[in-house]
Design a protein around this ligand. Structure first.
Ligand SMILES: [Zn+2]
Length: 300
């Protein structure tokens, strides 16, 4: 559909919904999140090791794993959603660029995983995608854990080279999707949003899991550098910028972020980055001042 990927700022011209009032992704700001302890854990069925076939495709924008509809997710309000596909968003355009779509208190994570589902009250994804309560996405954020390969991703990542070119597909067997997701699915953010790519339909119930997936630096770099788009350029930075909240409420069933021990390193990285930028600003400010003072000293 998109010959050359339209610049996202121009999406609304061709897809009016992309300029709507409940768009995704968003920045999840802890101080604005509404605590709702009655949100129960997401209930995943059939996500464990399955020996059937998983078609995996490079669609020119991302790598997508087709999922069998025997996988289903039941949300806190009892709605059952059937799995359709999972795909990834990443950065990588320069070595330190992260590529998650949702940010948490302004912090962008290295990768974001989307598991796309449709409401089981509809007969198919194609039917559900047109309905206002049609879709749900389970999103998970990825952090780098140096030198620790995540074995649950080994098979998937090693087969990326089979689908280097846009349009190529392969088939994997025996994936454990549950193990490719965060270990703790009890805690999450929940809000109403949209697809993050055109047509940006505003019918997605988002569930962003608080716990993260850990991948090694090598695994992250493989995902960032293995796939080419339709122009034979490496697919990188395939994330949409965060969108205005516009009076929507983001709920969460936790008060402060659990699993702080995992995020401490990346938080520290975020704060050090801020300090670096402030120091750079100060350095330029001082450099501008010093010549002036010298001139003043030279005054008779
Ligand atoms: Zn996505």
């Amino acid at each position: 559909v998109h010959g050359g990927m339209l610049d996202e700022a121009h999406w609304p011209l061709e897809y009016p919904k992309c300029g709507g009032r409940r768009q995704s992704p968003i920045d999840l700001q802890m101080k604005k999140v509404q605590y709702n302890p009655s949100l129960r854990a997401l209930n995943l069925t059939g996500y464990g090791l399955w020996h059937g076939e998983f078609p995996v495709t490079n669609n020119g924008h991302t790598v997508q794993i087709s999922l069998p509809s025997t996988m289903s997710m039941t949300t806190s309000d009892g709605t059952q959603y059937l799995a359709k596909q999972m795909h990834f968003h990443w950065g990588g355009a320069s070595s330190e660029i992260s590529g998650s779509e949702h940010t948490v208190d302004g912090m962008r994570y290295v990768i974001e995983i989307h598991v796309v589902h449709y409401n089981s009250k509809y007969n198919s994804y194609e039917e559900a995608q047109k309905e206002p309560d049609g879709l749900a996405v389970l999103a998970a954020l990825v952090e780098v854990k140096d030198y620790t390969e995540n074995a649950y991703y080994s098979k998937f990542i090693s087969h990326l080279e089979d689908i280097r070119y846009a349009g190529q597909s392969t088939v994997l067997r025996g994936l454990d999707i549950e193990d490719m997701l965060p270990g703790d699915l009890r805690y999450y953010y929940s809000y109403l949003g949209s697809l993050t790519t055109p047509p940006c339909t505003e019918n997605v119930h988002w569930f962003v899991v608080a716990d993260t997936v850990k991948l090694s630096k090598t695994q992250v770099e493989k995902l960032e550098n293995s796939l080419l788009n339709h122009q034979n350029k490496t697919i990188q930075n395939d994330y949409r910028r965060t969108q205005p909240l516009n009076h929507r409420v983001v709920e969460a069933n936790f008060m402060s972020r659990p699993h702080q021990e995992y995020t401490l390193a990346s938080k520290l990285h975020f704060y050090l980055n801020n300090i670096d930028q402030t120091l750079e600003y100060l350095r330029r400010f001082i450099e501008q001042k010093i010549p002036k003072r010298k001139k003043q000293e030279n005054w008779p």
